[in-house]
Design a protein around this ligand. Sequence first.
Ligand code: LMR
Length: 412
Amino acid sequence: VWKQVPQAPPDAIFKLTAAFKADTYSKKVNLGVGAYRDNNGKPWVLPSVKMAQSALIADETVDHEYLNITGLPEFTTAAAQLIIGKGNPALAEGRVASVQTISGTGANHLGAVFLSKFYDYATLGGGKRQIFISNPTWANHKAIFNSCGITPVDYPWYDAKTVGLDFDGLTSTLKSAPNGSVFLLHACAHNPTGVDPTKEQWHAIADLFQSKGHFAFFDCAYQGFASGNLDEDAYSVRHFIERRSIPVLICQSFAKNAGLYGERVGALHIVSATKEQNNAVLSQLSVIQRSEISNPPAFGARVVTMILNDEKLWAQWQKDVREMADRIIDMRKRLHHLLTNQFKTPAPGGDWDHILKQIGMFSFLGLSEKQCAKIVNDGHIYMTSNSRISMAGLNTSNVEYVASWIDKASRE
Ligand code: LMR
């Protein structure tokens, strides 16, 4: 019965992990998937997570019953406080509907289904069922919105000439888009470019959202990875909410900042104008969730809840996040130094300073697809063809080897 089913291409990011695993070359390096590695190239179970999980396993009162449809209440409350800020009036006024999701992807999906069912596309956004997404963006964004019947439309983000933010392109699209358009924004540590607006630029972006009545669909997968400080990395989200009149939705993931990739811990938060609207929104999210996953998984959410609510674990987690961010910043400095001073490698924008300026887990090198293919095929260094590298895959033992291949490819 399936003879009409065409073969689908493999996923652009996870195919790199598979190819890396199958490669027998001793110097191979995986800079593909955005997953933190320690300085030995190994996955890192955060000390705060280890402490929380030991306590959970020892606790005989913990059972395996279903969670609520919307998840563990202690988790969704603490997760909302983490991103929105404990003192934010939106929380005190009961205007934030929070639902536990299957990590950030699940949050994006639930948000997309909610928009497709309830956003007033007939009168807002020029009557088109679309979402503006940055060019480039995380590859899965397009797939998620397409699968929910919402057409992704690119807006400018990355300027190849400066290897930085195309602020003029971005703001002119915000101005020219029909009033009430939905825009997806990366809250911090933009994936794949590592190019973030400054605070002043966020203010200007928020001004345009306000004057045009646009809807802000935030994806926040890297809170803590941009600056090493969890509050600082929530700046854009909190600023938009403080404006009050900008409708805001946030997708939140604990995959990266808690290293809980496989546990699928995340949340969707929708901020409403009134408590009444909030209650209706939450009730509908619950209906969608029930039909899709029934109830979310418990273990990872319990781990994160303990970390967020226990003073000692919270202090340890902040240290853990800072340690990951600092190691990545150190790798940025080393790679930059090697390319600039040791190899004297010709750079796409004139110099390699963008490696230092870019923020979060990724660096966007600015190389061509052909140059990237050389690094992958001849250097056995796995990276996406848009020249994104996961900085967390670099360590003191492999950074020189990686720099040598960036150097070779850049000279072609
Ligand atoms: C990435 O961009 O590498 C990560 O977010 C992993 C994924 O799900 O694609």
